[in-house]
Design a protein around this ligand. Structure first.
Ligand code: PRX
Length: 654
């Protein structure tokens, strides 16, 4: 299932968009793409201004397109806009009023469809409820939800009244939730009694109770609870409120607040190279425009499409490409609570068949899991409605790409491999499906308006097929504005690794890449201490901090090793405190402990006890060697800087 690096490097297959697809596509040819790209590159501000005028509703037009004080960008200065208005209200005066906005499929098999009019009504009601709970413009709201329509409703309700949301993935633990709510100083938390995930019930409300216990997040005054699973939960008087009790009396009339283009829309926490996740800040106008136009062009969106992105709203993919991008376009967006698993390996294909999904967007780790589950599951379903397939989250290996194309796409659907990040807000490198011939494993070219390159540490472009660092050379509308409450970290993390070149500040993405002889970009993976486990981003230090918070652990070093399905797997080296002894029970306990501190996604696949770790003379752990050891490879690199060579021998023997 996996490909060797050599086979990826030698990948030469080229798949042209089918002629009949291109004929009806929004962008029909490479020439058309090139023209758009050139136009945008020559005058980015004019390009974005024209799109902002044509594609969005503004309460008040901006008076300047871009204010760029590197590394701080402002877009559409003094423009007044509301993304909830663009996602809802403006569709109500068209035939889309009664079009399905969200089609939701629940894990136990229940389902619900909300038209634009119905979604608008519920969003207004929730906006009024949260206003009554004391939330004002500018107050942050934590959202910790299962994949149910109320998750999208909560986001849109916050956006409607100008209360920035901070969605925390429902798979994160109470500890992780607490840290995020504290950093955001959230005033309200919107959650559910629980959620259904993979044949289990996730006790979300209990986790909120734990996170808020002992007044540990003093900013939180209220908790709004959606009833989903109907299990018993504790409702704390004066703090906790049921949505279904407040909704019936809530007015469905709530005007969208005119927001400044640069007003904070949301904070989304993501892993970096330190133990503390960073709050990625996105603002309103630029984010609305960029997610809107990338959804429209990359998915060649047509009025009749049934679009399904399988991500969770807790990640940026869910924000940009389940909620904001599709709804801003008036599309029908499918939301699914379930996940493929051994007990229901065909569930994704049932959803495609049931709703005649036309555009399907998922992650390579899911594709590799499907390959393992067997072709009979997709083969037994009618997938002929599909016309475009997408992938995101990690490099897709060519074998998985070809399987996706053949078995899911029936050899007829173009694949869009979209490279982007929480920080970028939307797609940066991606094929436009009617225009750009694809190569398995390549995210092809930059989206029009994005000036990307592969450079060395001095900022010089590297040669054809040479590895380097992926950078972006010009600001774009949905770029993150800063790290919440930490401008310095923003500057250090993204703008100081590589010095400005020819007057351009270079955004450092943290990914390695190369450009081939045809100019195609190939993203190779992270170049920093960030891991990518099942398409989820995790910091090595984050997992290390979780491990050392256990009383038995003196020191921990975490690396990842390749995994056939997950892409990467967490591998931890642990030194125990003197009085503790290594055992399988302790291993299991430590894995569980990491799950409790961060969430199940961070649980190490393997833990190895050791007496010492390879370190430089200045005391820095040499992770390179640990990665080699974890994946059973020969040690590569210079060992002369090591403090104590016997450590390596012991680790190799152990
Ligand atoms: O390493 C890249 C990888 O995922 C990282 C961003 O993770 P996150 O902020 O969680 O956002 C994931 C969804 C956008 C990137 O730095 N990545 C994402 N998409 C791709 C990818 N790597 C290769 N190819 C992709 N298409």
């Amino acid at each position: 299932m996996s490909d060797t690096i050599e086979s990826v490097l030698q990948e030469k297959r080229l798949f042209n968009p089918p002629a009949e697809f291109s004929e009806h596509a929004r962008i029909k040819s490479m020439e058309e793409y090139q023209q758009l790209y050139d136009k945008a590159a020559q005058d980015p501000q004019a390009f974005w201004a024209e799109l902002a005028t044509n594609e969005l509703h503004w309460f008040q037009k901006w008076d300047k397109v871009l204010d760029w004080q590197p590394p701080f960008a402002k877009w559409f200065i003094n423009g007044k806009i509301n993304i909830s208005y663009n996602c809802l209200d403006r569709h109500l005066t068209t035939w889309r009023k009664n079009k399905a906005a969200l089609i939701w499929e629940g894990e136990p098999g229940d389902s619900r469809t909300l038209t634009y009019a119905q979604l608008h009504r519920e969003v207004c009601q929730m906006a009024n409820v949260i206003k009554d709970l004391g939330v004002k413009k500018g107050d942050r709201v934590g959202i910790y939800m299962p994949m149910i329509p109320e998750a999208a409703i909560a986001m849109l309700a916050c956006a409607r009244i100008g209360a920035p949301h901070s969605v925390v993935f429902g798979g994160f633990s109470s500890e992780a939730l607490k840290a995020r709510l504290q950093d955001a100083e959230a005033k309200l938390v919107i959650t559910a009694d629980g959620g259904f995930r993979k044949d289990k019930i996730v006790p979300l409300k209990n986790a909120v109770d734990e996170a808020l216990a002992d007044n540990s997040v003093p900013s939180v005054a209220n908790v709004l609870v959606v009833q989903r699973t109907k299990q018993d939960i504790n409702m704390q008087a004066d703090r906790d409120h049921w949505w279904h009790e407040l909704q019936p009396d809530a007015s469905a009339d709530c005007a969208a607040e005119p927001m400044d283009s640069e007003d904070l829309l949301f904070i989304l926490y993501t892993s970096g190279t330190t133990g503390k996740p960073k709050g990625v800040v996105h603002t309103t106008g630029g984010y609305n425009l960029y997610t809107h136009i990338t959804t429209k062009w990359t998915f060649d969106l047509k009025e009749t499409d049934v679009y399904w992105c399988t991500a969770d709203v807790g990640w940026i993919t869910g924000h940009s490409y389940i909620v904001y991008g599709p709804l801003s376009n008036g599309a029908t967006s499918v939301m699914y609570e379930g996940a493929p698993r051994a007990s229901n390996p065909g569930c994704f294909w049932d959803v495609v068949e049931k709703y005649d999904v036309t555009i399907f967007y998922t992650a390579p780790t899911a594709i590799r899991a499907f390959i393992k589950m067997g072709d009979e599951h997709p083969n037994n379903r009618d997938l002929s409605s599909l016309r475009i397939l997408g992938t995101v989250g990690e490099p897709i290996n060519p074998k998985a790409w070809i399987w996706y194309r053949q078995v899911i796409g029936g050899d007829r659907c173009p694949i869009v491999d979209t490279w982007w990040q929480t920080e970028t807000g939307g797609f940066m490198l991606t094929p436009l499906p009617g225009a750009i011939p694809t190569k398995p494993g390549s995210a092809t070219f930059p989206f029009p308006g994005i000036i990307a390159d592969v450079v060395d540490l001095e900022g010089n472009s590297v040669g054809e097929n040479q590895g380097g660092y992926l950078v972006v050379k010009h600001p774009w509308p949905s770029m993150m504005r800063t790290v919440y409450k930490d401008d310095d970290r923003f500057r250090r993390t993204y703008w100081e690794h590589i010095p400005p070149k020819d007057g351009n500040y270079l955004y450092f993405a943290g990914d390695g890449a190369r450009k081939d002889e045809d100019g195609y970009f190939w993203v190779m993976g992270r170049v920093d201490d960030v891991m990518n486990v099942s398409g989820h981003r995790l910091g090595t230090m984050e997992v290390e901090s979780a491990l050392v918070s256990h009383p038995a652990v003196a020191e921990a070093a975490v690396v990842s090793r390749p995994d056939e399905v997950k892409g990467e797997e967490v591998y931890a080296f642990v030194i125990l405190e003197g009085t503790h002894t290594a055992s399988d029970e302790l291993k299991a306990e430590l894995k569980q402990h990491v799950g409790k501190e961060i969430g199940a996604i961070a649980r190490p696949g393997e833990i190895r006890f050791t007496d010492a770790l390879p370190k430089t003379r200045s005391g820095k752990i040499i992770r390179r060697f640990l990665r080699n050891l974890a994946s059973g490879e020969e040690l590569v690199g210079d060992i002369s800087t090591m403090e104590d060579l016997s450590v390596l021998d012991k680790l190799r023997q152990g």
